[in-house]
Design a protein around this ligand. Structure first.
Ligand code: 0L1
Ligand code: MG
Length: 263
C-alpha cells in the first residue's frame, strides 16, 4: 500500500480542534499538495468517528456544491457530501454566532428517509419510495478556512463546511409539491436578498439523493432509515451578523424565521 506523507487521523483532529475553537486555519493543501479527494473523504470519516466517540452521533448527510454557481466558485464540476451530527441540529429559532467563524445561511429541502439506500444508480422512483417525508430547512455553513477560501480537497476534509441546520416545524408528504418548480425567497431584515428555484439543486433535489448514494457507496456506506439529508442550497448562501432577522419563504412548503444573536 502507498505510504502517505501525512497522517489522516492527525489532520482530522486538527480540523476538529479548529471547529470546536471556532478558529480559522490554513488550507490543508498548502502543506499537503498531494492530498486527493479520497484522502479528504477519509479525513472527514475520521472526523465523524471523533464526533461519535464524544457522543455526537451521526444523524444524516448533506450535499454541497449542488448548483452550477457554487461549483464554478470552487472550480469543480461535481457536488460533495458531508456528515450531519446530532449537535448540528438546532430546534429553537435562534442562530447563535458564538462558536462560529463566518457563518452563512442557505435554504434547502431536507429529505427524511424511511428505508435504507445502498448502491448506485437509483432512479427518482427508488428515492421517492424510500422517503418518509420532506421538510423545509436552513443550513448554516461555516468554513474553517481563512476567508472561506479552499480547494475541493480542503472543503471535503472540513466536512463540506457543515456547522448547524434548522428544520421547519411542518413535515410534508414527498408528493406535496414539485420541488424543482418551487420558488424560494431568502429575506434578510425585511429585504429579499436571494431567490431561487428547487431546480438549482442538480435539476431537482431528488437527484441530490441519487448522487449521494452513488458517492457514499464508493466507501461502502449507505443512507440509513431515519436519516435526514440536506439536499443542497437553493440560493446563494448569505452572510449573517448579530441582530439579523432571517426569513425564508418556501412557497407551498411554508416559511421559517430565525433570529441571529451574538450569544
Ligand atoms: O452546503 C454547501 O453547498 C457548502 C459546501 C461547501 C462550500 C462552501 O462552504 O461554500
Ligand atoms: Mg448546503
Amino acid at each position: 500500500m502507498e505510504t502517505k506523507t501525512f497522517d489522516l487521523k492527525k489532520l482530522a483532529k486538527h480540523i476538529d480542534k479548529h471547529q470546536k475553537d471556532a478558529e480559522e486555519m490554513e488550507k490543508l493543501t498548502v502543506q499537503y499538495p498531494d492530498m486527493t479527494v479520497e484522502d479528504a473523504y477519509r479525513i472527514q470519516s475520521l472526523w465523524g468517528k471523533l464526533a461519535g466517540a464524544r457522543g455526537d452521533r451521526m444523524i444524516g448527510w448533506k450535499m454541497g456544491l449542488t448548483s452550477h454557481a457554487k461549483q464554478e466558485s470552487v472550480g469543480v464540476n461535481e457536488p460533495i457530501y458531508g456528515r450531519l451530527t446530532q449537535s448540528m441540529e438546532v430546534a429553537e429559532r435562534k442562530l447563535t454566532l458564538n462558536g462560529l467563524i463566518h457563518p452563512r445561511v442557505e435554504p434547502e429541502v431536507a429529505f427524511v428517509m424511511k428505508e435504507k439506500l445502498k448502491g448506485e444508480n437509483f432512479t427518482p422512483r427508488d428515492i421517492w419510495a424510500a422517503t418518509d417525508f420532506i421538510m423545509p430547512a436552513v443550513e448554516v455553513i461555516d468554513s474553517r478556512y481563512k476567508n472561506f477560501s479552499f480547494t475541493l480537497e480542503d472543503v471535503v476534509a472540513d466536512n463540506a463546511s457543515s456547522s448547524k441546520f434548522f428544520l421547519g416545524d411542518q413535515a410534508y408528504s414527498p408528493y406535496h409539491t414539485s420541488l424543482s418548480d418551487m420558488t424560494v425567497k431568502l429575506i434578510k431584515n425585511g429585504e429579499i436578498v436571494q431567490s431561487g428555484s428547487g431546480s438549482a439543486v442538480l435539476g431537482h433535489p431528488v437527484r441530490s439523493i441519487i448522487e449521494l448514494a452513488n458517492m457514499i457507496n464508493r466507501f461502502d456506506l449507505a443512507i440509513e432509515p431515519g436519516m435526514v439529508i440536506l439536499t443542497g442550497g437553493i440560493t446563494e448562501a448569505v452572510t449573517v451578523h448579530d441582530g439579523d432577522d432571517i426569513k425564508v419563504d418556501f412557497g407551498t412548503l411554508g416559511s421559517m424565521e430565525l433570529n441571529v444573536t451574538a450569544l
